[in-house]
Design a protein around this ligand. Sequence first.
Ligand code: UDP
Ligand code: MG
Length: 245
Amino acid sequence: MNQPDLSVVFPVYNEEENIPLLLREIAAALEGRGWTYEIVAVDDGSTDRSLAVLREQRARYPMLRILALAKNTGQTAALDAAWHAAQGKLIVSLDADLQNDPADIPAMITKLEESGADMVAGVRVNRRDTWSRKMQSRIGNGVRNWITGDDITDTGCSLKLVKREAIDRVRLFTGMHRFLPTLVRYAGYRVVEMPVNHRPRQFGQSKYGAMNRAFRGLADCFAVRWMGKRMLNYRVAEDGNAARE
Ligand code: UDP
Ligand code: MG
């Protein structure tokens, strides 16, 4: 297969009602734009019919590739599998629950090209979650940036577009999908932000509660800060062996 221009990737954990609608929206957003693309769906050990639904949808969407993790391993693991499987020059990730809007993808590609950056991170301007969820995010973003020394507005927004070489350099750990822009910056790449649409969850349930988000997140902040300090950040100025031959 020739390398597609774009890979659209999403993790799936019990999202059976959302999948057909999501695929239709992705195809509608990318149709007729002259880009080649693939869709990579990673089933993260769903216990509903998500995997069966994905397989059914392949007849309609031949560009759909399906990966299934052996058991539920978490959003970062599913995304990591997706990024490794993806073959596109650019990779865009989003949630499978229709809260992100695939219609934002073309503008994100334009933003990447015009800014010359390596990653475009979405900012949910009209956030459609409960008041308490929004409050948790606001505190979460503040604490994360304070500890890691970054200034990312909305790290929890899953809609992100990134060049393949930038994502290839980032090593992920459980829970670290929330720090992706910071980790990409640590690796020496440029990240810009742009406002994106956000919608309420219509089908299925959020997989997170306040507690697993807050406490695990705090430990992760310190781990990311440590990584930033210890990152191997060197350029080879001269290579004696390369000159010979
Ligand atoms: N997800 C996953 N594995 C998990 C938990 C979540 O693949 O163990 C997926 C989920 O199906 C969705 C995305 O990660 O596509 C974000 O999850 P969710 O919408 O529950 O998070 P929230 O929007 O509430 O932060
Ligand atoms: Mg969601």
